[in-house]
Ligand binder design. Structure first.
Ligand code: KG4
Ligand code: ZN
Length: 343
């Protein structure tokens, strides 16, 4: 007989959409396990190699589930429900997580719900901020996506705008690659920028003044490439990296902050959520907190471990859905592209 999912249940969350294999367990609304394995193998290629990601997920996933169970001090038979990322992401990587989750659901006769990764980020601040309320403006900035949304409830949100080319994280990663800083580049640019002057070099702020809520970052990447080619044809000297990184970071951060504030003003919403891997950026966090003080806004940004990819956010949304009678048939598929399911 199928187990019933209730408020006190244990829920297993699985996330394998990109290069992080992540597993979390909730007991009720408490996170009792949260484990992650970041695939270092991609760093030497300057970006994620999809086939290597799939193989690494396969190698890691059983061990990570065992680790999570150990951390939660329970056995697999105690799990009452399962939530798994079904997209968007790398198709091969998603297939590993979704098939593994389906296997557990069938073997232990527990309900399963598939979760949209972007929606996982969209609601991730609830993991730490039970006082967060609807509606809020959400800026989701990750390696694959950059979008602004109005979030009305757990079941309803409206996308205001998104990137027309590169995502903000992609811009960080590609520019870091041009600078020879390795992958993922965002944290490296952030680190160098700490000791640099953000006004040292002037890089374009694409679509800063446009009337819509879309973004564009590929022009910045081209501007940096041209600048490096003309100014440092022999390679970038180590000594300019702090100023260079601070100036590049500022160009990205300024646009993200300005457009989010504009959305808050336009829709008269005073709560702002910033989530996704790039929300780990220290300058972005600093500028949002400063803007909150100045404009009397409430800003909710997850702590670093819940900004970047994690399974706790997948488990959290899964719990909401299962408690509200929403589960998935075992025939659901992994889907590589983003479809707003709640809107
Ligand atoms: O959400 P996430 O972990 O994975 C995706 O869903 O894409 O985001 C990963 C992205 C990468 O592009 C990485 O460079 C960026 O987040 N990132 C950062 C920082 N930490 C991670 N970008 C800027 N500054 C950081 N501190
Ligand atoms: Zn993500």
């Amino acid at each position: 007989m199928k187990k019933r999912f209730h408020h006190d249940s244990y829920l297993l969350g699985i996330e394998t959409s990109c290069d992080e294999t992540a597993v979390a367990i909730l007991h009720g609304d408490t996170i009792v396990a949260n484990v992650i394995s970041s695939q270092l193998i991609h760093s030497k290629f300057g970006g994620v190699v999809p086939e290597l990601a799939s193989r690494a997920h396969l190698q890691n996933i059983t061990y990570l589930v065992q680790q999570a169970l150990k951390q939660a001090e329970i056995s697999i038979t105690d799990i009452d429900g399962i939530a798994v990322t079904s997209g968007p992401g790398l198709i091969g990587a998603l297939v590993v997580g979704t098939n593994f989750a389906k296997g557990i659901a069938v073997r232990f006769q527990i309900p399963i719900v598939d979760i949209n990764h972007i929606e996982g980020h969209l609601y991730s601040p609830f993991l730490e901020h039970q006082d967060l309320d609807f509606p809020y403006i959400a800026l989701i900035v990750s390696g694959g996506h950059t979008l602004l949304a109005i979030v009305q409830s757990f079941d309803e949100y409206t996308i205001l705008g998104c990137t027309r080319d590169d995502a903000a994280g992609e811009a960080f990663d590609k520019i870091a690659n041009l600078l020879g800083l390795g992958y993922p580049g965002g944290p490296m640019i952030d680190k160098y920028a700490q000791n640099g002057n953000p006004d040292a070099f002037d890089f374009p702020r694409s679509m800063l003044k446009s009337s819509n809520f879309d973004f564009s970052f590929s022009g910045l990447k081209t501007a940096v490439r041209t600048f490096l080619h003309n100014t440092f044809p022999q390679g970038v000297p180590e000594v300019v990296l702090p100023d260079l990184c601070a100036s590049i970071q500022e160009a990205i951060v300024e646009v993200l902050v300005a457009k989010t504030l504009k959305a808050a003003r336009t829709y008269r919403i005073s709560r702002i959520v910033v989530a996704g891997g790039v929300s780990a950026n220290s300058r972005l966090r600093e500028r949002f907190h400063a803007a909150a003080q100045k404009h009397r806004l409430q800003i909710f940004i997850p702590s670093i471990q819940y900004c970047t990819d994690n399974a706790a956010m997948i488990a959290f949304l899964g719990r909401y859905k299962l408690l509200n009678g929403i589960s998935s048939a075992l025939t659901f598929n992994a889907t590589p592209t983003f479809k707003a399911s709640a809107a």
